[in-house]
Every structure is written in C-alpha cells, then in structure tokens.
Design a protein around this ligand. Structure first.
Ligand code: SOE
Length: 382
C-alpha cells in the first residue's frame, strides 16, 4: 500500500468542490500544503476555515518544493492556462471536468501532458462509486451480453429559478455548453466507461428555459442561494439537453440533462440493456445495483466488497451496509492517482479518466453544439 504522507498537494479553488478535494486528501493522509482562492481575500478566509495555508498566486504554489500534485477546481475558463503552467513546472495534475473550454484547448492539453510524463487525471469522480466499477467489470466479463441500449439522465434543480446564479451560467466562464459540459459529460464519461466503448455520433436538442437571470453583485458558491443586490443577465447556455448517441458496435443511447428539474438534486441514472441481462443504477441511491433478468427474478446487488468483482471491491472502503457516497468517490479516485504519482506514471489497469478521456468529452460537446444548430447526426471528432 502506498504511503500517501510523502506526497504534498495544493488545491486551486476553495468552493464546494475544492473543499471536497481537500477533505478526501486529508482522509488519505496526503499533506495539503495549501490552497489558492479566487482572490487573496477569499483564499485567506477559506484557508482559515479549512485550517490550511493560503498561496497568493499559482506562481507561489509552483515555487513550493513540497507541492507535487496540484488539484484544479477553479472555474472552467482557468483550467487550460493553469494546467499548462502546472505541467510546465513538472507537477502532476488532477483537473476538474470539463477539462477545457474548447476541444482545441483539450487537444493541446493531451499533447502537453503526454510530453511532460506526469500523471494527468480528469476528475470524473462518478466512475468511482464502487457499483459503477462493478458494472464495468460485469460488462467486460460478458455478464450482460452484447450491449444494446443505454438510457438515463442527469437532472438537478439548483438552477431552476431566475434568481439562481453561478459562474457556470456565463459562457465566458463555463463554456458555450453548460448542462451538457457540467453534468452531461459526467453521464457520457460514466456510461462509456462502464460499457468500454465510446459513442461515435450524437443528435442533440438544447434548451434555455430561463433566458434572463438575476446576477448577484458578489460571488455565489455552487448549490447555494445568493442574497443582496443583483442585475439582469441574458443567458445563452443550456438549462437542459436531449441527446441521442450511436456506438460503433450498433448500440444506441438516449439521455437528458437538466439543471431546472424541481426536486432532482443530483440525480444521475443509467440503465443498460444487454443481450443477456440488464443493469441499472442511480446516484441518489448509490449503494444498490439493479440487475434485470428475463427468465429469473431480478436482483439487487449491495455495495459489499465480499460480493463484488475485483474492480468494485477495490473502490469500496467501508463494509456493506455502511453507506458510501459522493465524497468517498473522490477518495477512491485520488487513491488510484496518488498510487500512480508514487510510481511515476499511469498504471496500465488504472480506471481514472485520462486527459484523452477529457478531450473526448470536449469533442462530444462540439458535436452536440453542431447537431443542435444544424438538426442532424454529427460524428464525434469529425
Ligand atoms: C454542479 O452541477 C455540480 O457540482 C457539478 O459541477 C459536479 O460535477 C457534479 O458532480 C455535482 O454537481
């Protein structure tokens, strides 16, 4: 087992997700050298609350020899310049999704990461719910047969009201696509990870149901409500999307994204129908995997390492019946990445998303945009 106490980390971003990163690192015993906030004041305030030192700039982070891995949880617009600086300074990097603002940026990031020889991961954490790793193992072992139909959704409600605000709403901060970039790419990454195939074409429809929103004068943390003065802003990014997918072996997919579905907090679901059996999973009930049969009673598999395959068992931490959740996926993901950092490079059997995977998700975004504009099927990367 790797000794994580010898690998120093820094976290860029001190919001909701930056805090989740920091807490997962602490659980692993990784020394968190410091954090970098969106401004020196905010960084200092959050650093004090988290009991950690604050850096004044990325230059300062990279000048600190104790920092070997940098976690990037800043707004999407900062990923490309920050990751380039981090890799150029010879540090390993874990970048939040989506990897970049455009596929031109992510293509370059793939090349830079390759040339650097450093470990470069994209934080598609949902792969690391143990039962999603289990599902990948089941598909690889042929337990579902040939994959035919993949369906599901990723729905939330935290942007349902015109008074809800976050930096992701603005295209120059989060990218042209919002619900697709922010949560749709999670779904596509997860389902392609499970079935071991990437979609080759998409057909998409995008909607902005709330075209004008109230932008508060101060910053607002993700999943929280702003108070105080605000000003109206026109919104061009998607509140929701409907997407059809085609896979090279003939499988088909259908999914929707929404950030305006009242009552759905963080509701990612998938169902996979194979020629031998089906399986289904829901992120809001993550410790149960449904396995569907035609000629036998259906099954519910609990997240219990003693019942799961090797992939599933490796990601599980607590005994069955002791519910694991969102924060645990970061610990499981980081444990793999930090083991590779200790080794010096990505392991052949690693299951965390690479920069190539992150770039593929950016190509999905391109294809979704073109399809929605032109009303036709669009090849990925075409
Ligand atoms: C907001 O939609 C968000 O925090 C996403 O950015 C995360 O990736 C997702 O896991 C939870 O929701």
């Amino acid at each position: 087992m790797t000794d994580f106490t010898k690998i120093g980390a820094a976290v860029i971003g001190t919001g909701f997700i930056g805090t989740v990163h920091l807490e997962a690192l602490r659980r692993m015993g990784v020394p968190v050298v410091g954090v970098l906030g969106s401004s020196p004041e905010r960084g200092a305030e959050r650093a004090a609350a988290l009991g950690v030192k604050t850096f004044a700039s990325l230059k300062d982070v990279l000048a600190d020899p104790a920092v070997q891995v940098v976690h990037v949880t800043s707004p999407n617009v900062a990923h490309y310049p920050q990751v380039k600086q981090i890799l150029a300074a010879g540090r390993h990097v874990i970048c939040e999704k989506p990897l970049a603002m455009t596929s031109a940026q992510s293509a370059e990031m793939v090349q830079i990461a390759k040339a650097s020889g450093k470990v470069a991961a994209v934080c598609y954490n949902i792969r690391f719910y143990p039962l999603n790793q289990q599902a990948r193992g089941m598909v690889a072992a042929g337990e579902l047969g040939d994959i035919r139909l993949i369906s599901g959704q990723y729905h939330q409600d935290w942007l349902a009201k015109p008074t809800d605000w976050n930096w992701r709403l603005e295209a120059d901060q989060g990218g042209t696509l919002r619900s697709v970039g922010d949560i749709g790419t999670h779904w596509v990454d997860l389902t392609s990870f499970i079935i071991g195939q990437k979609a080759s074409a998409v057909f998409a429809d995008l909607s902005t149901f709330v075209p004008v929103r109230q932008k508060p004068k101060g910053p607002v943390e993700t999943f929280s409500t702003a108070t105080g003065a605000s000003e109206p802003r026109e919104i061009t990014t998607d509140d929701a999307a409907l997407i059809l997918l085609r896979f090279p072996n003939g499988a088909k997919g259908v999914m929707s994204t929404s950030q305006i579905s009242h009552g759905r907090k963080n509701a990612l679901t998938w169902e996979i129908a194979g020629s031998a059996a089906s399986a289904a999973w829901a992120a809001e009930n993550p410790d149960q995997l449904w396995i569907g049969h035609r000629d036998a009673p259906n099954q519910i598999m609990p997240r219990d390492a003693s019942l799961m395959n090797a992939l599933g068992a490796a990601a599980a931490r607590l005994p069955g019946g002791h519910v694991e959740g969102f924060a645990d996926t970061f610990r499981a993901l980081f444990a793999q990445v930090y083991s590779d950092v200790a080794k010096g490079s990505r392991s052949a059997d690693a299951t965390y998303a690479s920069f190539e995977d992150g770039h593929y998700e950016m190509q999905i975004c391109d294809a979704v945009l073109t399809s929605a504009k032109e009303g036709r099927w669009v090849e990925i990367g075409g």
